[in-house]
Design a protein around this ligand. Sequence first.
Ligand code: NDP
Ligand code: N5H
Length: 258
Amino acid sequence: MNMSLQGRTYVVMGVANKRSIAWGIAQSLHNAGARLIFTYAAERFEKSVRDLAATLEGGEESLFYQCDVTDDENIMETFQQIQNDVGVIHGLAHCIAFANKEELKGDFLNTSRDGFLTAHNISSYSLTAVSRAVQPLMSEGGGIVTLTYLGGERVVPNYNVMGVAKASLDASVKYLAESLGKHGIRVNAISAGPIRTLSAKGVGDFNSILKDIEERAPLRRPTTQEEVGDTAYFLLSDFSRGVTGEMIHVDSGFHIIG
Ligand code: NDP
Ligand code: N5H
């Protein structure tokens, strides 16, 4: 078996800028020879995604589609268009989450119904919606990977409604793995340690969170985009062919510390 992804095509959802974890995944897949398809939600990020892809050698072969995961019609049209343009897809990386800023501080008890539904809609249900849309394109089987965080397994200050949404996402990974296994499609999650991205900006006290990782995580260093990218590559390659419904922590081992 070889690790090359030559001749394979992967959809990467959620590149906003060069700090995005999705961009780390895109780079790892590209380095393995994969052809990439990027989706972005906001038009304002289209140029940023196109400019980034252009920095990849042969990146001009990449394709770009606008896809807002709150819009079922938009999702269906996007994957219909991808099917028309490229036919078969071998995998998908779902790197999407959102919660209103006001819900990411203070007491979880104050979470509003609207804020709860928004977080779950974008950060959790979207994986099921997208998996259903991509399934017909994955006719040769393959992998779907999503990104989660420890705050879905335990209470992490300020993560609040996003923690509950990640718990729902984590359970969705297992149910989707069961639904899609018969089609040769594996579904897994990477639980990443804190990485300073646009989403992470301005929420919580990121410096003290990173300091804690540097002091207490077994590897005594923060997680990098590249580390997550390479684990996504593993999960989207045949080397992980027996792995589905799994969550791999790429967090310097922080999750084992009590
Ligand atoms: P980024 O801000 O780089 O990426 C978040 C992405 O979510 C953006 O590209 C954004 O697209 C997209 N998004 C938001 N709303 C929608 C929508 N309605 N439709 C489609 N896309 C949408 O941050 P990260 O790379 O940090 O986040 C990626 C994933 O990693 C998230 O699931 C996050 O929870 C997870 N994660 C992050 C960690 C970290 O420390 N950074 C740790 C563990 C997990 P747009 O900007 O175009 O709206
Ligand atoms: C415990 C923490 C720190 C506190 C909580 C952070 C939660 C972050 C997750 C969500 C996705 C952030 C978010 O939705 C921010 C938005 O309200 C505002 N930002 C935006 O709209 C920007 C422009 C766009 C690009 O962002 C999105 N998402 O669309 C958790 C951290 C230690 C780890 C972490 C940061 C986890 C995570 O899930 O991202």
